[in-house]
Design a protein around this ligand. Structure first.
Ligand SMILES: *Cc1c(COP(=O)(O)O)cnc(C)c1O
Length: 433
């Protein structure tokens, strides 16, 4: 049996960087990635046969845990009836209808294969519908590896963005305005300056990609109002929050209706499936009815749709799952906070339902600059110590941990005990003199 190290060395010969998505390489924590063989419930087993309590949950989809029976059964049944037709199937409509009924902001949706594709398409639709070129996004929010969204804030407070990746051209970046999260003033100034050129504001309503960062009271309402005032569209990227923080997502939880919504992760039940949706008059501008082109050979794939449908059906028919996730996650939050306090380690824990981040700093964290003030060295040591004790956390300070319905109180308590041990081993920072 190969070790994780051997598997990674072999992978690096044939896969760029040894991984098919960069965060999997564990570079942020300076470790070698684990290769997994199986997962059931909240436990996953690596190829060395070691078992972990999982808080990554495939980065969000596994709200029901790994391999839930209803999902496995649905996938198996669907696959036996052909994995793809490239033609409509009835279950696509069933899933689309379930999403539209749950989300106030969706009259119609279109299914895609990834969140990246969905946000790319939502932006094209916004630009097509408004006839305007520019996009407003917020530093620390991630919307997939779309060229125009891989842009970071320029050097000045109100400058156009600069490419955040080689291969993104300056001209593409110039159409993206990057502003700090949770700051309405900047949005007002950007719209005052370029309002007639802006097609949309895209935002994570509860940010999860700089670690969990909650919107401050009234922030999203103000951003939506300023955006619409100028005739631009308000896009909520709910790829992470959709059906995670509540049935119907952050838009239902916070009672804010977007013009367009981007979805992924939970709605695919662990299969490659995502979606974007919105007002009927906007969605009807997509081809074949309208002029905005968007397509996909495997979009609405029947196996992926069956997994999404089975997942959402479980969540809809057992609404107590969300209450249980809240109780489990609150217990985890409190236990971690107390454990850190006892060890004298400064942490700020941000949580919304079953997504949470332990920032290694006193906090509070309201934006990317705030998140960056965390002690990432301490996080890395904490991560390694948790991993040694069989608890698998996201390998970066700036990610959300996910609790699933397959976690039990016993699992949560085991994680708290492990954390207590890990916190105690984090040597206090030497005092500068
Ligand atoms: C994960 C994520 C995406 C990208 O989805 P992919 O399926 O990885 O392309 C987009 N937006 C948010 C908020 C996400 O969390």
């Amino acid at each position: 049996m190969a070790s994780n190290r051997e598997a990674f060395d072999e992978a690096r010969r044939y896969i760029a960087g040894g991984v098919n998505s960069p965060v999997r390489a564990f570079k942020a924590v300076g470790e070698t990635p684990l290769f997994f063989a199986s997962g059931y419930g909240c436990k996953i087993t690596d190829i060395e046969g070691r078992e972990y309590v999982d808080y990554v949950g495939s980065w969000g989809p596994h709200i029901l845990g790994h391999a839930p029976e209803a999902v496995v059964t649905a996938i198996t049944r669907a696959a036996k009836s052909s994995t793809s037709f490239g033609a409509p199937t009835v279950s696509e409509t069933t899933l689309a209808r379930m999403i539209c009924e749950a989300l106030p902001g969706c009259d119609r949706v279109r299914l895609t294969n990834s969140g990246t594709e969905a946000s790319m398409s939502a932006l094209r639709l916004a630009r097509g519908a408004t006839g305007r070129p520019k996009i407003v996004k917020f530093a620390g929010c991630y919307h997939g590896h779309v060229d125009s969204l891989l842009v970071s804030a320029g050097s000045g407070a109100l400058t156009f963005g600069s490419p955040d990746s080689a291969g993104v051209t300056a001209s593409v970046a110039a159409d993206t305005i990057v502003l700090p999260y949770n700051d309405v003033d900047h949005v007002e100034r950007a719209y005052a300056e370029w309002g007639d050129q802006i097609a949309a504001t895209i935002v994570e309503p509860i940010a999860g990609n700089m670690g969990v960062v909650m919107p401050v009271r009234g922030y999203l309402e103000s951003v939506a109002a300023i955006t619409r005032e100028s005739g631009a569209l308000f896009i909520m990227d709910e790829v992470m929050t959709g059906f995670r923080v509540a049935w119907g997502g952050a838009q239902r939880l916070l009672n804010i209706q977007p013009d367009l919504t981007v979805l992924g992760k939970v709605i695919g039940g662990g299969m490659p499936l995502a979606a974007f949706g919105g007002r009927a008059d906007l969605m009807d501008q997509l081809a074949p009815e309208g002029p905005v082109y968007q397509a996909g050979t495997l979009s609405g794939n029947p196996v992926a749709v069956s997994a999404g449908l089975a997942t959402l059906t479980q969540l809809r028919s057992h609404p107590q799952i969300y209450r249980r996730l809240e109780v489990l996650s609150a217990r985890l939050e409190l236990g971690l906070r107390k454990a850190a306090e006892r060890a004298g380690v400064k942490v700020y824990i941000a949580r919304c339902g079953s997504m949470l981040t332990v920032f290694f700093q006193a906090g509070p964290v309201h934006d990317l600059d705030g998140a960056r003030r965390s002690n990432t060295g301490q996080f890395s040591r904490f991560h390694a110590l948790m991993r040694e004790q069989g608890h698998y956390l996201p390998p970066s300070q700036f990610e959300a941990w996910f609790v699933s319905n397959a976690h039990t109180f016993r699992d949560i308590d085991a994680t708290i005990s492990a954390a207590e041990h890990a916190f105690a081993q984090l040597v206090p920072e030497p005092v500068a003199n």
